[in-house]
Design a protein around this ligand. Sequence first.
Ligand SMILES: C[S@@+](CC[C@H](N)C(=O)[O-])C[C@H]1O[C@@H](n2cnc3c(N)ncnc32)[C@H](O)[C@@H]1O
Length: 471
Amino acid sequence: MSDATSSKVDRKTILQSVGGVSIPGGVEAMVDAMSQRHFSVLRMHRNRFRDHGDETLSLANRAPFSTKPIDWYSLGLRVTDADARPSRHLAYAGGDYYLQDAGSLLALAAAGCDGDSLKGKIVCDLCAAPGGKASAMLEAVGETGFLLANEPIRSRLAPLKYNLARTGSDRYAISSLDPDVLAKRLGGVFDCVIIDAPCSGQALMSKGRQSESAMSMKQITHSAARQNRILDAAMALLRHDGRLIYSTCTFAHAENESQMQRLIERGDARPDQVASLTPYQSDDGCYRLWPHVHQCAGAFAAAFRSCLDPIKAKATKSGGKKSQRNKCDAKTIEELGRWFDPSLIDGLNVAIDGAVMFAYPSDMPIWMGRVAVAGPEIAYRTGKTWKPSHEAALRTGPSRLAIESAALSCDQAQAFVTGNAVNSIAQSTTAAQGWMVARYQGRPLGWVKSDGRIGKNHLPMSARMSGEVIG
Ligand SMILES: C[S@@+](CC[C@H](N)C(=O)[O-])C[C@H]1O[C@@H](n2cnc3c(N)ncnc32)[C@H](O)[C@@H]1O
């Protein structure tokens, strides 16, 4: 928010909007902080260092510049080096960290994404694009859980797909349904549902991404009505005692604590206190971060448990059983076997949608496949020829598929991420030629196709970096 805009923010309107919640330090300090820019922080990839054999590195040493921890999220780091440019590093290209507002880490803390409680769980992100929270949930469910990332607005699916692929995991599916419709099809199946609700976005004013109309009662009432509907759908999606995580980036009581009170009064849900978040508590089960206190744009998050016993929808009857549908046939295994380990592909469930091939793990619940419009992409077709997808190059840990790799030097990696060919590729690989995953310090960056001398760059345009890249 520019100074000119901040001067228009009416303190009375803020006080009215925040409702009964007391603003620590007062409204003047809050308005001042809203006119300042808050820099993004690092959310460290929780499995990346394990996958590359350097898990013993302390969290602070995992970033290539100086940082300090974020109090409310144990995988969060604030950059303290004023000259650091985190988005320009090869470590960022290699997926070591994501850049987010520190406020968005509050909901992840409430969900337990930095601990072990989500491991093996079936979780849903109901409003998922662009995937900042969904990617953290995917990392947190580990190698036995699953994530359904739902985003009703189709035009927002591309960044969601990209951010989920960056985790290196294949344990997810993407749906694009109105929450009501999804709830009718998948009643009572999820252990945890996270709603990062579309809201009036008052906290985004400090990032210049929202105008002062975010403060208007009309906008707040409109958003609150939509949040009611999304919350009701989320309650239907949860199993009994399942966890609901609700968050917004707005200050309005009507969009935050009031929404939770409605669930309590109806007997649908009960607060589920998060001990580590006690310093940020507003009401029971509700937590807030303030721009003038916590050096972020501001955030609201709540953790509740379902008291309902939802009737399971028909589609879920076979939920959890192993799916035998669409197992890879011999011809497909042969095609994919040019780039991927055939013994790994054999166990996957393949779904072809037009020119794109997805490969889901065989233990994914059948019902998740039925609502999926996308998932872990493995190959795509141009004309009659299949090529390996960028997403498949990024698989790490147990999801790793690619056979051949090229271990790039810093210079080669800098050339690769900026979209250039990789020279002298033969020195970096044992394979004579063909498709191979370009890696830097073990991290997958994307595909190169080598003719034995030069590696042709197959990094999608959207993943390329421009300008200076720091090694
Ligand atoms: C605040 S954003 C989510 C940000 C995301 N969770 C992240 O961390 O990257 C809210 C999302 O809700 C989606 N949305 C809009 N209307 C919706 C509805 N009726 N039901 C569910 N999601 C909706 C928007 O398209 C938007 O992508």
